[in-house]
Write a protein that binds this ligand. Structure first.
Ligand SMILES: Nc1ncnc2c1ncn2[C@@H]1O[C@H](COP(=O)(O)OP(=O)(O)OP(=O)(O)O)[C@@H](O)[C@H]1O
Length: 266
């Protein structure tokens, strides 16, 4: 039987009063793909990710996760279905340690109660141990073991962003949604995160959908790219083709832009 695509989006529209944040956006993401979403400020990228992850309800259109209609599912159900996301701004608990933050993510996946309950049943202890092992494995995969017991608020921004990624992969997602994973980082940190995203896909076969402003890295990292402008899809395809697409260049730079400009945009 043919594999079902992890994400199929059809005719999505979203309105905020008079603002049409999304207008009839549709696309498909195949198993194990890294799919980049680009577009100038206000293009609708975050709105799209919010609809895909069930945070917002679309005015029209559908989202299918692994063949199941998902746009009306509550967010915690998405976690149980193998979908994890990170946020544009760091969304960790600053007063908890890195390891504790990862365990909170696991908790979301496995359902409430188990980690916090006081029972000493052997199966509960075994379950808690399994969560810890999975959390530590996620940290090790991203070379973060050294900060496992550090409080998140004490960490540099670039490390916090990486911890968010670790928290997401500790949920063992089949589909990973990343909202500007490289934002606010220096060049070395960006390269590190980009390499980590690729390693996650290569090692676990995770499908990745990523919004990102750094066009150079999106093009280098993605298998396919989609560009939005004013809530509409204006291009989709091979990263290098989308970057050169006249509509995309115009969206970023107006009529005076040319393809060389966007090639260097970061
Ligand atoms: N909660 C909201 N209420 C009202 N308008 C909103 C809301 N969220 C987004 N918008 C509007 O919807 C449009 C799309 O915004 P969105 O944040 O999705 O764009 P974006 O491409 O993610 O932008 P950026 O790159 O700046 O993050 C914008 O006009 C924005 O002002």
């Amino acid at each position: 039987m043919a594999a079902v695509d992890p994400l199929v989006v059809e005719g999505l529209s979203l309105r905020f009063g008079a603002v049409e944040a999304l207008r009839g956006v549709g696309f498909r993401v195949g198993q194990g793909e890294i799919f980049g979403i680009i577009g100038p400020n206000g293009a609708g990228k975050t709105s799209l990710l919010n609809v895909v992850s069930g945070t917002y309800r679309a005015s029209a259109g559908r989202v299918h996760h692994f063949g199941v209609e998902g746009s009306r599912q509550p967010r915690h159900r998405l976690a149980g279905r193998g979908i994890a996301r990170t946020f544009q701004n760091v969304a960790l608990f600053g007063d908890l340690t890195v390891l504790e933050n990862i365990l909170v993510g696991r908790h979301q996946k496995m359902g409430a109660g188990l980690l916090s309950c006081g029972f000493a049943w052997p199966f509960v202890r075994a379950e808690a141990r399994r969560h810890r092992e999975a959390a530590r494995a996620a940290l090790a995969f991203l070379d973060l073991e050294g900060v496992a017991d550090a409080h998140v608020e004490a960490l540099p921004y670039g490390v916090k962003k990486k911890v968010e990624l670790a928290r997401a992969i500790a949920m063992e997602p089949k589909l990973l949604l990343l909202d500007e994973p490289l934002a606010g980082m220096n060049a070395a940190e960006k390269q590190d995160i980009a390499a980590s995203i690729r390693r996650i896909r290569d090692r676990f076969g995770t499908t990745v959908v990523m919004i990102e402003h750094d066009i150079g890295l999106v093009v280098a990292l993605s298998d396919r790219v989609m560009a939005l402008d004013h809530g509409e899809k204006i291009a989709e395809g091979a990263p290098a083709d989308v970057r050169r697409d006249p509509e995309v260049v115009r969206a970023y730079f107006g009529d005076g832009g040319d393809a060389l400009d966007i090639a260097g945009h970061a």
